[in-house]
Design a protein around this ligand. Sequence first.
Ligand code: FE
Length: 229
Amino acid sequence: MDHRALHKLSYGLYIIGSRKDDRLNAQVANTVFQVTAEPPVIAVSINKGNLTHEFITASGVFSASTLCSDTPLSFIGNFGFKSGREMNKLDGIAYKIGETGAPVITENAVAYLEARVIQQVDVGTHTLFIGEVVSAEVMSEKACMTYDYYRQVKRGTAPAAAPSYTAEERKAGPRMAKYRCTVCGYIYDTEMGDPESNIKPGTPFEQLPDDWTCPVCGASKGQFEKMEE
Ligand code: FE
């Protein structure tokens, strides 16, 4: 079986919000899809170990905010690599309380949907929550983030088209080193630098400031390992 075929499925990137009594939480997910049009029903797959899973199970409601393509890595990392059990992930984030009472993330979002769970399917590690849409709004006409774009470009698992380098220059110089975050898999590509942290292209990993952290998950420099060619 060629697992790469699974990477040929297309997804977006969403922040899923829910509540349990007066507690709010949200997490990132790529698996939101529309199931039926009339009435509008959507589904989302959530890992059973996540706090959001506990919250959706308890309240029977969730929101899904569609992220725009220029969403900063740190924003996604806040919802993807941190747990609401240890911190309030909504601190400092723009959101509102929706019709269902679930938090709706409005920051970096082009649109949102709110749903009430009508059915849930146990799929082993995850639960597929199926919900009827009860409210929806488009907030921006910006481009949406796709999961592929996030994986390949934003997270650095594939080189972006670095505008400051031409193909000839790349060929001429030695290949620049890459370092992988052992926590989240983000790759620091020397050739690209880390524009979101004002690290210029070509900055060697060793010369990154000591307080530089993984732009996705916040891991320290020491949690990175050099990648083989
Ligand atoms: Fe990381």
